[in-house]
Ligand binder design. Structure first.
Ligand SMILES: [Zn+2]
Length: 657
């Protein structure tokens, strides 16, 4: 089994299944994820033929492939989330369903190892003819990750065998490929390295390295992209034609779609002329798929944000296994470029709708914030990799920002609805949806929430690293000794944290505690005695001592409501400020502020904001109260909580005076 130690990483992570989340905020969300979101997503996947597509490919149902060409990936991600849940919760009904799906995937695999329900039942001869536009390797990557999740959850190699056979087939096609074609939607790179870690078969690592190294080496790229675009249209038309004929011959079958049929067409028709032009150029230049430049030469992150994040995850994994310093330098540079100039205050990334990706530095218009929920998740899992590699606090700080803001805003409080893109201002049209035709985000959120414990601790030779103050009970292993940790906190509503250790005998080691970047005043005591060393925001404080059983660390990270002013280089935010409290950013919703138009008001800087915890509002939140004039008061709520009471105007960046 995977041991979490990577040859070139400073830290090794503690897997989520060794950690029981106990705090109100996240334990509630994990329960909702388990009891509401995952079962409901399964219904949606069933209603929208994601599972039927496998029944057809497996030959157990008469039908044809319905839906988008990447539908398989959504089901694989959902499976991954379900396997994560099984580590700690028995659910016979869910297990039965999961077993049925696994069985279908096994049956849908072709003799040579290929699995893809879009191609295999209809036109297998067209497979692997279009890497930039079709998502066969993206789907394969998610299949591999689901297989690894199954193996870790119950030791079953059922899916793992499918994944390996497919990976072997992919290796045959891609190893030493002269034309250096690679996928246009990354994901396979990190999955293959995860497969290498589980199986210890070096071929998978070498294949991943080749796929990463081959990027940016297509000669005559624009002509290639045009050829592939024409081929893409040809494949989609062939699929449509095939289905029309099939439907005529089988008029009584169910062809209904729950996800909105016109979603993809609407997406493109909603683009402004400028966005359309940018989109076309990004495709023609190969930037959208990160095909325009070798990975080692990337200076500015470009193109589709989710694809870029998944690529960088794969590159980080490659560094962790090979120690290729140039790759790490590139990643550190790109990460900084994004954080300094291409990231919204929420942690959201992607500010051009057409390419769902990166704009020029500081072009961060709030209404144009695409900030796909998946992009926040990609940024999170990439930052987590950089954290394990370097032990630098800034990555853990960003993970916190993403968890509480850019990712969480994509998930409704009741666990039933989602946002795909996340603007920072709304004129009242946006509404959360139960499902999407392109359903990448919902199961992505489900797998992160189910495996949330991954982000809390790391281990190093010196000791234990505490990155996130999410209440939990856990057992970690240091130098072959088990240490129990009980962490109590009420994040994000107040900054009091208590950490109690359980040891069988006295031991010398360090505990590294993250001092959040947002926290200016903080205190630390060990068994009631004050720590007088520096507690620098954005750094870890290392406490070295001979720890004894029941030792107690108490931290108080002062949380105060603040009005943060924007970087003046962001033109659209000049003269504006955002309210924040602890790790949260806040917004105003029109619903809470009935007496004035929230989009046309100014917040005086010179005032003391107040907070109050409202247990009955939006499942319990801390609100910020202030005034906009002598008479008029305002209420702000956490950004993640907006649009949980229906559509309404919303604003994150407010004019200040
Ligand atoms: Zn998504």
């Amino acid at each position: 089994m995977d041991d979490n130690k990577r040859p070139y990483n400073k830290l090794s992570y503690v897997p989520f299944f060794k950690i029981k989340i106990t705090d109100d905020f996240w334990a509630t969300r994990q329960k909702i994820n388990r009891e509401v979101s995952i079962p409901r997503q399964l219904e949606q996947l069933e209603e929208d033929h994601h599972i039927d597509n496998f029944r057809v490919a497996a030959g157990v149902k008469h039908g044809t492939h319905l839906g988008e060409f990447y539908f398989d990936s959504d089901l694989y991600k959902w499976l991954e989330a379900a396997f994560y849940v099984f580590h700690m919760h028995k659910d016979n009904n869910l297990e039965k369903k999961v077993n049925e799906i696994v069985d279908l995937i096994v049956k849908a695999q072709l003799k040579d190892g290929y699995v893809n329900t879009f191609y295999s039942p209809r036109f297998i001869e067209k497979r692997f003819t279009n890497f930039p536009f079709m998502h066969e390797l993206y789907c394969a990557g998610h299949l591999i990750q689901a297989a690894i999740a199954q193996y870790k959850a119950n030791g079953s190699k059922e899916l793992l065998k499918v994944a390996e056979k497919f990976a072997n087939f992919i290796a045959k096609v891609f190893r030493n490929k002269k034309d250096k074609e690679v996928t246009g939607h990354e994901e396979i790179e990190m999955a293959l390295i995860e497969l290498f870690r589980i199986t210890k078969k070096r071929d998978y690592l070498l294949l991943s390295r080749e796929l990463i190294n081959n990027r940016g080496h297509i000669s005559g790229l624009t002509a290639y992209v045009i050829r592939k675009y024409l081929n893409f249209n040809h494949i989609l038309k062939a699929a449509k034609r095939f289905n029309e004929i099939f439907k005529k011959g089988n008029p009584n079958l169910d062809y209904s779609m729950h996800g909105e049929k016109d979603e993809v067409a609407d997406f493109y028709s909603d683009l402004t002329l400028n966005e359309k032009i940018k989109f076309i150029f990004s495709i023609l230049k190969g930037k959208c798929f990160q095909l325009n430049i070798p990975v080692r030469e990337i200076i500015d992150p470009e193109g589709h944000a989710v694809r870029a994040m998944y690529l960088f995850c794969g590159v980080a994994d490659l560094y962790s296994e090979t120690g290729d310093q140039l790759l790490l330098n590139v990643l550190k540079r790109i990460w900084l470029k994004i954080v300094k100039g291409k990231m919204y205050i929420s942690g959201g990334i992607g500010s051009i709708k057409g390419i769902e990706g990166f704009e020029k530095d500081f072009k961060l218009r709030n209404e144009k914030s695409y900030s796909e929920t998946c992009a926040a998740i990609g940024f999170l899992i990439w930052s987590w990799r950089l954290l394990q590699i370097t032990g630098h606090c800034k990555y853990a700080d960003l993970i916190e920002r993403l968890l509480y803001n850019a990712m969480l805003v994509g998930y409704s409080i009741d666990g039933r609805k989602y946002f795909y893109s996340n603007p920072l201002v709304s004129y009242g049209q946006e509404e959360r949806k139960e499902w999407f035709l392109c359903a990448c985000c919902p199961p992505n959120v489900a797998r992160i929430i189910a495996s949330l414990g991954n982000y809390i601790y790391s281990m190093s030779e010196k000791g234990i690293w505490i990155h996130q103050y999410i209440g939990n009970e856990s057992q970690v292993t240091l130098h072959n000794n088990t240490i129990k940790i009980e962490l109590k906190s009420n994040f994000p509503w107040n900054g009091m944290v208590k950490i109690k250790l359980g040891l069988d005998k006295n031991r010398n080691f360090s505990i590294f505690l993250r001092v959040p970047q947002w926290c200016i005043n903080n205190t630390l005591t060990v068994n009631g005695k004050k720590y007088y060393g520096p507690l620098t925001p954005g750094k870890y404080v290392e406490i070295i001592r001979n720890w004894i059983d029941k030792d107690l660390i108490e931290l108080n990270f002062e949380m105060v409501p603040r009005l943060l002013e924007s970087d003046p280089r962001i033109k659209s935010n000049r003269g504006k400020g955002v309210l924040s409290y602890g790790p949260l950013i806040y917004c105003l919703e029109q619903k809470d502020n009935k007496n004035f138009d929230i989009l046309n008001m100014k917040i005086p800087k010179d005032q003391d904001f107040e907070i109050s915890y409202e247990p009955n509002l939006l499942d319990g939140i801390t609100i910020i109260k202030g005034h906009i004039s002598d008479k008029e008061k305002f209420i702000a709520i956490p950004y993640y909580a907006w649009n949980n009471r229906g559509p309404t105007k919303m604003q994150v960046w407010n004019e200040v005076i």
